[in-house]
Design a protein around this ligand. Structure first.
Ligand SMILES: Nc1ncnc2c1ncn2[C@@H]1O[C@H](COP(=O)(O)OP(=O)(O)OP(=O)(O)O)[C@@H](O)[C@H]1O
Ligand SMILES: [Mg+2]
Length: 242
């Protein structure tokens, strides 16, 4: 099957003063991928998300979305072009209801009130939030708060949904449910997903392609089976976690 490149990162370097957080990183995310970006703490995963989503420019290198250079495009414009990300820590407004959080996300892309309400209902249904639309997000259990973050990001129906550690703090049942939601997002909405995640069991189960970073450097790329058996990856990362 021919695959089309959706996100192209080339020789991307990001420095913070004297610290090189990401060094000359190159990788492609293809349409239809559930793509995993993994590596030890401080490897540069969130920094990569910050750069591809326009929250910070690269020090060097380029990022292209569907062929268009977005290396120095502001986040709201990157969002309009179809790339949306969640943050490692909460991506919602705690004091507001689930409904209003999703509503805020739809303002910039949907003009009609009826269409916005329809989008909110559909998004809430997908994320299992239909029965709590009018609850204040801060009062919900942790697992549901994580679902709100994803709902807010997915409400704009991006082409590429970037999720920074969406499974943190979820129990096994919740993880299973979320992986099923990811599959629906890919299959029913044809949305490509890029995932940063430390839950290796889930990553190996859901991702078709994985890139491994270590200390800001590219370490390996491949299918889950190749990554699991790559000695460099095992010694840098997988071997450290049981
Ligand atoms: N805004 C910033 N200013 C200065 N240094 C930063 C900044 N953001 C990240 N760093 C540094 O860059 C390096 C990479 O951090 P990053 O957050 O990208 O790692 P990560 O792979 O997401 O780690 P984790 O798995 O712990 O979330 C770290 O050394 C971090 O301290
Ligand atoms: Mg991070």
């Amino acid at each position: 099957m021919a695959t089309e490149v959706l996100l192209e990162v080339r020789n991307m370097t990001r420095r913070f003063g004297g610290l090189t957080a990401v060094s000359k990183l190159s990788f492609d995310v293809h349409k239809g991928d559930i793509f995993g970006l993994i590596g030890p703490n401080g490897a540069g995963k969130s920094t990569t998300f910050n750069v591809v989503s326009g929250f910070m420019p690269p020090s060097e290198g380029t990022v292209r979305l569907a062929g268009e250079d977005i290396s120095r495009v502001k986040p709201y414009k990157v969002c309009h072009k179809g790339l949306v990300r969640t943050f490692q820590h909460d991506s919602y407004l705690r004091e507001m209801s689930v409904h209003d959080n999703i509503l805020v996300a739809t303002f910039s892309t949907i003009r009609s009130k009826a269409e916005r309400e329809q989008r909110i209902r559909e998004t809430a249904e997908l994320l299992g939030l239909s029965n709590m639309l009018h609850e204040v997000v801060g009062s919900l259990p942790h697992g549901l708060q994580r679902m709100v973050s994803i709902a807010v990001a997915f409400a704009t129906r991006p082409r590429l949904l970037c999720l920074d550690e969406p499974l943190t703090g979820l129990n096994q049942t919740e993880v299973g449910r979320v992986l099923e939601i990811f599959r629906r997002i890919r299959d029913e909405y044809k949305t490509t997903i890029m995932l940063v995640e430390h839950n290796m069991k889930a990553v190996m189960q859901i991702c078709n392609r994985i890139v491994v970073l270590d200390h800001g450097e590219f370490l390996a790329a491949g299918a889950p089976q190749e990554i699991k058996s790559n000695p460099a990856v095992v010694s840098a990362y997988l071997g450290r976690r049981s």
